[in-house]
Design a protein around this ligand. Structure first.
Ligand code: BGC
Length: 248
């Protein structure tokens, strides 16, 4: 059984666990440590080392972060400390951990996990995975291949950055009415549909647990389903990304 440790760097917690890549499941309970504030690269790297220490893990580590990542280097920092921009997180973490570390955008990680083990299995054409949380992350696939760093949460919708209008945070932290939010989300999904004509849109993030309640307000003319891996998708996808990148 190939096992790789996956780490998901989120706004409130840094979570990690070894992943069984044959099944896409965690092999032990995940370790969770609150995200340091400010979440500067060094503070986050220290915390990742702490997560690995608590899990007693030595070996390859796949990490995902809420930033555009190209060749291990962060290019944006919408919901983390701005000092991430330009940081070569993969090189720095590989040095600290003494083993291979890969870094990928968090929504891309959730997406690759859904495509391999969840709601995207076997779906050809364009598939779009959106993570609805504090921000809105996106992952796009063409016949199963990831087009990385699509950042559809940052395109403009109704004259604002889309994630300001449709992030789940509006319902979860700011008490927006669920129907109002879902109808807004529908407008945004319709715009995405007009741009990419996806075969399927997969919606993730904590709010997707209640997908059955709010799906009735969606009218977008394509297949829209809830993500299946729920809050493990980032960890599983981060580990899978390492395996794919390193051809393990
Ligand atoms: C970031 C994305 C990230 C998403 C979800 C957005 O604000 O720009 O890179 O995937 O939040 O965390």
């Amino acid at each position: 059984m190939t096992q790789i440790f996956g780490v998901d760097v989120g706004g409130s917690g840094i979570k990690g666990a070894p992943v069984d890549l044959a099944r896409g499941t965690l092999t032990t309970e995940r370790v969770r440590i609150p995200t340091p504030q400010p979440a500067t690269p060094d503070a986050v790297f220290d915390t990742i080392e702490e997560v690995l220490g608590q899990a007693e893990w030595e070996g390859p580590v796949g990490v995902c972060v809420p930033a555009v990542v190209v060749d291990g280097v962060a290019w944006t920092a919408a919901n983390i400390d701005p000092s991430w921009i330009g940081t070569d997180a993969a090189t720095e973490l590989s040095k600290r951990c003494g083993s291979t570390v890969t870094v990928i955008n968090d929504a891309d990680a959730a997406g690759v996990a859904e495509m391999r083990y969840g709601a995207g299995q076997g779906i050809r054409g364009v598939v779009i995975v959106l993570t609805l949380g504090t921000g809105v992350g996106s992952a796009m696939f063409v016949d199963g291949t990831l087009v990385p760093n699509t950042e559809l949460g940052h395109i403009h919708y109704k004259r604002r950055i889309a994630e300001r209008s449709v992030a789940a945070r509006l319902v979860e932290d700011e008490d927006m009415d669920l129907e109002r939010w879902a109808k807004r989300l529908d407008g945004y999904l319709q715009m995405i549909h007009r741009g990419f004509f996806p075969s399927r849109i997969i919606l993730g993030g904590g709010i997707s647990k209640r997908f059955d309640v709010w799906a009735e307000w969606l009218d977008v003319p394509c297949d829209v389903v809830a993500a299946e891996l729920r809050n493990q998708a980032g960890i599983v996808g981060a580990a899978l990304n390492l395996a794919v990148t390193e051809e393990l």
